[in-house]
Write a protein that binds this ligand. Structure first.
Ligand SMILES: [Zn+2]
Length: 190
């Protein structure tokens, strides 16, 4: 049986670069990797999956919360890769799980575990509940040498707990931080 994978990490942990490297490896072997991206991610143009390292690839399918997957679009596909999987709806995660079982195609989802207030996203929550394999992509805290576990938001250069949850920013706006640094730096902000 093919597996549903959730590879989570903070901002700046090279999740998308990892995804694009997997896509590249499949291509090198003349296999087809199919890229899915939630439409909420409008950072770099609607259908581009782009790493901060500058590598990019066009998404094969954009999905919204109400998307119903047509199984026929996966004909001839060897692997499905999902970028920014935290923005998937729970229903869509369940559909992807069905794809692994009914079509025997592995689905690898990359995304954040939590938002800048340390709360789970809908897609991440469902993936943590139902994925066959859960792996952490690690990176170091922006301020010390511990492992980053949270995403800290900077607004005008200062730590912030305000604003919308879905505010896709650049590297200047969200930083990977450890729990200690997150607690210290957000202690005095609302
Ligand atoms: Zn730290």
């Amino acid at each position: 049986m093919a597996k549903l994978y959730f590879r989570y990490g903070t901002v700046g942990s090279a999740k998308t670069l990892n995804l694009l490297a997997v896509a590249h490896n499949y291509m090198q072997q003349n296999k087809r990797a199919f890229l899915i991206k939630p439409t909420i991610d409008v950072r770099f143009g609607r259908d581009l999956v782009r790493s901060r390292a500058g590598v990019e690839k066009k998404a094969d399918l954009l999905v919204g919360p109400e998307t119903l997957l047509e199984m026929t679009v996966f004909d001839g596909v060897d692997c499905i890769l999902v970028d920014e999987a935290q923005f998937l709806s729970a229903a869509l995660v369940d559909q992807l799980r069905k794809v692994t079982m009914e079509l025997g195609i592995p689905v690898i989802c990359y995304g954040l575990r939590t938002d800048f207030r340390t709360q789970q996203f809908e897609g991440s929550r469902r993936l943590l509940e139902v994925a066959d394999s859960i792996e952490e992509i690690k990176t170091t805290c922006n301020y010390c040498h511990k492992k980053a576990v949270f995403n800290m938001k900077l607004a005008d250069g200062k730590p912030s707990l305000a604003g919308p949850v879905i505010d896709l920013g650049t590297e200047e706006k969200f930083l990977p931080v450890c729990a200690t640094c997150y607690t210290e730096k957000t202690a005095s902000v609302q």
